[in-house]
Write a protein that binds this ligand. Structure first.
Ligand code: 2PG
Ligand code: MG
Length: 398
């Protein structure tokens, strides 16, 4: 039986050294699942609320634990997630915190899978998913909110779209990451890393494009399959309510659309995330109109994994892809709903990590289970390789 008999919550460290929520679910016949919440730095205004870890744990202990222990079945994910929403009793998980909610939701799913003796992706519906695996997008240079004194654009992402396997893709991204360092060194540029393990040199975006292009093409020659690159502009962080503020000056709304369209053309970008502010559906629609036939225009802060915001985007032709972060919306059921709605309307779901992460590998299973075409989960670093190596294992065993 998968009746939840015990739910434990504790504070653990995330990759930035901040406290985050870890949940452990035990079932009647000994099934066990453990999961931890990630945490964003460039968070969207419309995301579910992350409470301070201590506060989220206290609130969940008081309001959610009594409704779950002895009451719900870990294998019945919809019920677990419904009870979390009822216990929270707000629109945005302001009551128990999306960090408590997502940790519990993911831990329950793992306990359900454990009971079945099945890998998590299979329990999450992956038995009939086909034989496609997600292509990993690997952050190789970055700045924005993830590193001080670096690029304006938050992430330059290697995209090994021609890789014959997940393993080949994962190693190609790591090779681009290494090559970027070599190109920077040749140019006499020393640098450290940002929150996600990407290099964070003190260079402008124009130079980062050059470095990235060079590194990607070197690796492409080495591996013999297509490796492109893409961006997470995280444009809401650059927008001051009036214009986009870059180190080299500002761009108006129209100039920003034209700038991104030019970049897509010049660098053959395969992916552009949050190229415009999180409230600018019109700008997203305009850009999608211009370049949506040749690249993925992805909404992260725009959609925040929320089906209502995605519905608005679908109506208005804004973007053709959605970033899916379970902690942005609070439960796995909600993340699934967003993926389902996206797929139904031809929007590509891209399952994603956060800049603050743990060793938790749930998103690797979520991406495989839902046959998401892409997963964004870094290129190197323990909390990133936890997911990448899990993908390699899943591919081998699936
Ligand atoms: O903007 C993003 O897509 C994410 C992950 O790369 O960053 P953060 O978790 O800081 O929101
Ligand atoms: Mg983003």
């Amino acid at each position: 039986m998968t009746l939840v008999t015990e739910l434990r919550l504790r504070r653990v460290l995330d990759s930035r050294g901040n406290p985050t929520v870890e949940a452990e679910v035990t079932t009647e016949s000994g099934g066990f699942g453990r999961a931890a919440a990630p945490s964003g730095a460039s968070t969207g205004e419309y995301e579910a609320i992350e409470l301070p870890a201590e506060e989220a744990i206290a609130a969940a202990r008081e309001r959610a634990v009594p409704r779950l222990e002895g009451q719900v079945y870990a294998g019945d994910q919809r019920s677990v997630d419904r009870v979390l929403r009822e216990a929270d009793d707000t629109e945005n998980f302001g009551g128990i915190g999306a960090n408590s909610a997502v940790a519990i939701s993911m831990a329950a799913a793992k306990a359900g899978a454990d009971m079945l003796g099945a890998p998590l992706y299979q329990h999450l519906g992956g038995a009939f998913r086909g034989d496609e695996f997600p292509t990993p997008l690997g952050n190789v240079i970055g700045g924005g909110e993830h590193a001080a004194d670096a690029t304006d654009i938050q992430e330059f992402l290697a995209a090994p779209v021609g890789a014959p396997s997940v393993a080949d893709a994962v190693f190609a991204n790591a090779a681009v990451h290494r090559e970027v360092h070599d190109v920077l060194a040749e140019r006499g540029i020393a640098c450290g890393k940002g929150d996600e393990g990407a290099w964070a040199p003190s260079i402008d975006d124009a130079e980062a494009f050059e470095v990235c292009e060079e590194a990607v093409s070197t690796v492409e020659d080495e591996v013999g399959f297509e490796v492109g690159f893409g961006l997470d502009v995280a444009a809401s962080e650059l927008y001051d309510g009036d214009a986009y503020q870059y180190q080299d000056g500002e761009r108006t709304l129209d100039e920003q659309v034209a700038y991104i369209a030019d970049l897509v053309e010049e660098y053959d970008l395969v992916y552009v995330e949050d190229p415009l502010d999180e409230d600018d559906y019109d700008g997203f629609a305009d850009l999608t109109d211009r370049v949506g036939d040749r690249t993925l225009v992805c909404g992260d802060d725009l959609f925040v994994t929320n089906t209502e915001r995605l519905s608005t985007g679908i109506e208005r032709g804004a973007a053709n892809s959605i970033l899916v972060k379970p902690n942005q919306i609070g439960t796995l059921s909600d993340a699934f709903d967003a993926i389902e709605l996206a797929v139904e309307h031809g929007y590509a779901p891209v399952v994603s990590h956060r800049s603050g992460e743990t060793e938790d590998t749930t998103i690797a299973h979520l991406a495989v289970a839902t046959a998401a075409p892409f997963i964004k989960t870094g290129a190197v670093g323990g909390e990133r390789t936890a997911k990448l190596n899990e993908l390699v294992r899943i591919e081998e065993n699936a």
